[in-house]
Design a protein around this ligand. Structure first.
Ligand code: SF4
Ligand code: SF4
Length: 204
């Protein structure tokens, strides 16, 4: 059930005396998942309509193919495999965003490296840029503006409401306070060891 002994996957009774209880999204809850999926699909549906009106409907198959590649293979390798949610035993991910993705990679308790961070940003740009380019080529400028606003709202929501309390501390968008990260690492020796091996300093 919890091969790396990560506190996220322990009984919640252990959280009662935790000094950072309430600071992080430590446990799965449907409301986080639904808000993530809802905002992403508002952007996706507007993009679908716009791209079809632009006359590039068949190109949507390429976009859906990229989703599958990105969410199921690429992103889950460079980002999610470093996340405490990924450390649960089992073949599928139970987390607040990529729920039910297959865990084809092994868990990496160490922080993301620079190459993975750059790849993640490239992946995000392709993910949102694909329909934007087609809307421009198809002169769908009103829907283009709507889609751009939806992209901004989606990322602002993530950065303001999620990334300040997300457990994947080495993600380039993460801005959890250092003292909170340090407390979490002290509770999770498997992560702590690999983070310190990579040069991270915990303030005692
Ligand atoms: S950091 Fe760990 S122990 Fe503390 S509240 Fe979160 S899951 Fe519970
Ligand atoms: S990084 Fe985000 S999407 Fe990936 S496992 Fe962690 S919470 Fe889920």
């Amino acid at each position: 059930m919890n091969p790396y002994n990560i506190c996220t996957w322990k009984d919640t009774s252990e959280c009662n005396n935790c000094p950072i209880n309430g600071e992080l999204i430590c446990h799965f809850h449907r409301k986080y998942l639904y808000s993530f999926i809802g905002l992403f699909f508002i952007f996706a549906i507007t993009s679908f309509v716009g791209v079809i009106l632009a006359g590039y409907g068949w190109f949507l198959l390429g976009w859906i193919g990229f989703w599958l590649f990105f969410f199921e293979f690429w992103e889950i390798s460079i980002l999610c495999s470093h996340c405490p949610y990924y450390a649960e035993e089992g073949r599928t991910l139970h987390c607040i965003a990529n729920y039910s993705s297959l865990k084809i990679w092994k868990y990496h308790p160490e922080p993301m490296n620079l190459s993975e961070k750059i790849q993640l940003m490239i992946g995000f740009i392709i993910l949102v840029g694909y329909p934007v380019v087609l809307l421009i080529l198809g002169n769908q400028f009103i829907l283009l503006i709507v889609v751009i606003i939806e992209i901004i709202v989606f990322f602002c929501f993530l950065i303001i409401k999620r990334c300040g309390s997300c457990l994947n501390f080495s993600c380039p968008l993460n801005h959890v306070k250092k003292e909170v990260i340090d407390s979490f690492l002290k509770k999770n020796p498997v992560m702590r060891e690999t983070w310190e091996d990579k040069g991270y300093k915990i303030l005692e």
